[in-house]
Design a protein around this ligand. Structure first.
Ligand SMILES: *Cc1c(COP(=O)(O)O)cnc(C)c1O
Length: 222
């Protein structure tokens, strides 16, 4: 697997050069991460807390670690001190726990709210009602140690490009709707994390600012 060549090939296809590439290195050995690091990658994505911790301890200090998977509230404490961005915040409970852990160590933790855009039941995320409920909850205003940097979504796993495009478009329009609201200052809404190996070009066409790409860089996972 020529990771550097894969990276160059992926980058070459980008429609938006400013879109941040997060290299999703879950299940891959450190040597693969180091190949990507040497090719210039500094943003890495992992979906398991333990693996994230262990790789963080072994990789160079200037790596920015993205937690992209489902995060359980009781595990926030293990990554609060170093995580660069938590993509998958899918409940108010989790957001409050991140805030609590941030407060403990006096760190404002950047997060994205995961929105359920796919048809599949299995994908995590807020639906519109849940999101509105949280935003209108008085306790939401009391958050002091999180920065809501934007939204994240995963499209349905399907060959149907129109379906995928529609889902990304829905996420983008929700993003614009939220931006038009009067929200507290810690809700900044700068980023939309959408797009993976199979659909990042569609995602970029629909306004993605962060793509999370694994297999197109590191090869398939068993
Ligand atoms: C694994 C994973 C990715 C990367 O998937 P690829 O298809 O390998 O690019 C992106 N986002 C999330 C949330 C993931 O779990």
């Amino acid at each position: 697997m020529d990771i550097k060549a894969n990276l160059l090939a992926v980058k070459k296809t980008f429609i938006n050069e400013d879109c941040l590439l997060v290299a999703v290195s879950k299940t891959k050995p450190l040597s693969d991460l180091m190949d990507a690091y040497q090719a210039g990658i500094r943003d890495f994505g992992e979906n398991k807390v333990q693996e994230l911790q262990s790789k963080q301890a072994q990789m160079p200090d200037d790596v920015k670690w993205h937690m992209i998977g489902h995060l359980q509230s009781n595990k926030v404490k293990y990554i609060a001190s170093f995580v660069h961005l938590i993509h998958g915040v899918d409940s108010f409970k989790l957001l409050k726990e991140i805030n609590k852990q941030g407060k403990k160590i006096n760190r404002i933790i950047p997060v994205l709210l995961q929105i359920h855009i796919a048809e599949e039941e299995t994908k995590f995320g807020f639906d519109k009602n849940e999101l509105n409920e949280m935003l209108s909850n008085p306790d939401f205003l009391n958050l002091t140690h999180v920065n809501v940097q934007g939204l994240m979504g995963m499209a349905t796993f399907t060959e149907d490009i129109d379906q995928v495009r529609k889902e990304f478009r829905n996420l983008k329009s929700l993003f614009e709707e939220l931006k038009a609201l009067q929200l507290p200052a810690f809700v900044q809404l700068d980023d939309i994390s959408m797009g993976m190996s199979g659909d990042y070009l569609i995602a970029q066409e629909e306004g993605s600012t962060i793509v999370r790409i694994g297999s197109a860089i590191f090869g398939g996972r068993s």
